[in-house]
Ligand binder design. Sequence first.
Ligand code: FNR
Length: 188
Amino acid sequence: PPYSVGYFIGSLASASINRQLAGALVKLAPAELEMREIPIRDLPLYSYDYDDDYPEVARSFKQAIADVDAVLFVTPEYNRSIPGALKNAIDWASRPYGENAFTGKPSAVIGGSIGAIGTAVAQQNLRSVLSFCNSPQMNAPEAYIQITPGLIADDGMITNEGTETFLRDWMGDFLTFITRVLTVVPQR
Ligand code: FNR
């Protein structure tokens, strides 16, 4: 495929509804996008004490970001923000100073919650973080997904036709956005 997309799942929970959502998005992605997860689970808690000598796990994490054309964040909302594990991963990726892995890397954010707010507040927080990390973000359409029981089947299929169409179109819009960013602005 023309573009690779690394996706981060903000939740570490084994039954994560956001992991289910990510699985559905992989199925709905246009053929032009090659989707691969960039795991965040094994990263230690970041401190700048590591900056002089990043551990192997953090080096390979940053390399995984360098290796993809774009990044996608699929995240829950924990206490009106993103989970600490995801923030920790972003902090690792952003350092050492001058080696921020997100610079110029197109991104999109999406998330699912049980409640109707659909991770809206967490996504706004994440957008601030990504702005500081100099990642060009797809501003619209936004996607706040309420994940009701049965919405996503075990095989990753979306059981509601309107939601399925919305998510397929959203992934198509992300492809358009990635194409626009990477063809207009040379990557560095
Ligand atoms: C939550 N949940 C939650 N939901 C929400 O809409 N806004 C919030 O601020 C919070 N805060 C929150 C904090 C913590 C610590 C937990 C564990 C949960 C509920 C949340 O939407 C629900 O647990 C989802 O299942 C989380 O997504 P994952 O982890 O299953 O992908």
